[in-house]
Design a protein around this ligand. Structure first.
Ligand code: SF4
Length: 369
């Protein structure tokens, strides 16, 4: 059902590098080719974004952690799980992926050095140092502010030695490779007791056909940085078995680890990019249980829901509501644990707690028509 809900504008932002690649792909393969569409549909705004459905989300979850420096509330900290904390030092990116969950974050910001110092001390504080060993630094794209990121990493090393793994998320190698300079590489240089992991997102094999991108990935790998990719299943980008096989082969060839393959989140105005969960399950089954790709390149098909990530296994889907095109998904997250790791957390209205204290969630499905 179409409704009069207004979409929240997410400005089209295409980096000069992607613009150039789109021009080249259009003239080489044509506008209807998988090569061109695989990139264009990720970044170019289309009128279909104005069609918004009733149950689509502004944001898909809220894991904000209350945090104050000098009596001032600081944005950019999220926690859902026991082991890890998400730090978002900036909300700025080199290009806007149309389906991004950050699209509806209202106020773009970049944390100051003083605020980042507060974040590092928060991570290393008495209450957290026994259980918090890992951070995901994301955004936005933290590599777009390399000096601020270097400051944060140094501060974590000094004030939070309990942090043993720093995952840093970026799409800069695919969006603006010339912005990966020596200042960026220096951040990832070996430090005693810390492992760096570079998290990225590659949705179509064409993104790994660009020599500029490949050179960067090889440089990070030669530095000993672990690289993994969590990708998004997107209609007319990669919802096709041969494209997925090429994608996971290319990822494997470059030594990138496959992580999640996410069902596209039900963000406002994004229904034209979302397949059904059933199609995602069919494709993933055909991808991983057929000998088409290396066993070391198999992704986990998962949904990002209002209560966090849920990987699809047997009996994950408990119920279907055809009237609202929704699925009731069973998680193993315990309601009481959420409050332990994030006292600011509030049970979303789409969630239920089962008889064992585990969370279930109603999740808006996509459509294949
Ligand atoms: S680069 Fe990442 S954070 Fe930025 S718009 Fe794309 S998916 Fe979102």
């Amino acid at each position: 059902m179409n409704t009069p809900i207004k979409p929240i504008p997410f400005k089209e932002l295409v980096s000069p590098f992607i613009k150039r690649k789109l021009d080249e792909l259009r003239s080489q393969y044509g506008e209807n080719s998988s090569h061109y569409l695989g990139l264009a549909r990720q970044y170019l705004q289309v009128p279909l974004e104005n069609i918004v459905y009733q149950d689509e989300r502004d944001r898909h979850y809220d894991a904000h952690t209350d945090f104050v420096v000098d009596d001032k509330p600081i944005p950019g900290l999220e926690r859902l799980y026991r082991r890890g904390l998400v730090i978002e030092p900036t909300m700025i990116c080199a290009a806007h992926c149309r389906y991004c969950l950050r699209a509806n974050y209202k106020t773009p910001y970049t944390l100051s050095e003083e605020e980042l110092l507060g974040v590092a001390k928060f991570c290393g504080s008495q209450e957290r140092k026994a259980v918090l060993h890992e951070v995901l630094i994301t955004g936005g794209d933290p590599l777009i502010i390399p000096n601020r990121l270097a400051f944060l990493v140094d501060a974590l090393v000094e004030f939070a030695p309990n942090i043993k793994i720093m995952r840093i998320a970026t799409r800069l190698p695919q969006q603006a490779p010339s912005r990966i300079t020596n200042t960026v590489y220096r951040i990832f240089q070996k430090r005693e007791g810390v492992r760096f992991e570079l998290a990225t997102q590659i949705n179509h094999p064409v993104e790994l056909s660009f020599p500029e991108t490949v050179d960067i990935i090889k440089t990070f790998r030669n530095m000993g940085v672990v690289i993994y990719s969590q990708n998004v299943l997107l209609k007319e980008v990669n919802d096709d078995l041969p494209v997925l096989i090429d994608l996971y082969d290319a990822i494997r060839d470059l030594g990138i680890e496959a992580h999640y393959l996410f069902h596209c989140i039900p963000l406002r105005g994004m229904s034209h990019m979302r397949t059904s969960v059933e199609k995602g399950l069919r494709l993933t089954n055909a991808l991983v249980n057929s000998g088409h790709i290396s066993g070391r390149a198999k992704p986990m098909f998962a949904a990002m829901t209002d209560i966090g990530k849920i990987t699809f296994y047997e009996n994950t889907i408990l119920q279907k509501d055809p009237t609202h095109n929704s699925l009731l998904l069973q998680s193993q997250y315990l309601d009481k644990e959420r409050k332990t790791w994030n006292p600011s957390w509030v049970l979303p209205s789409s969630a239920e707690v089962d008889e064992n204290g585990r969370l279930r969630i109603w999740y808006l499905d996509g459509r294949d028509d």
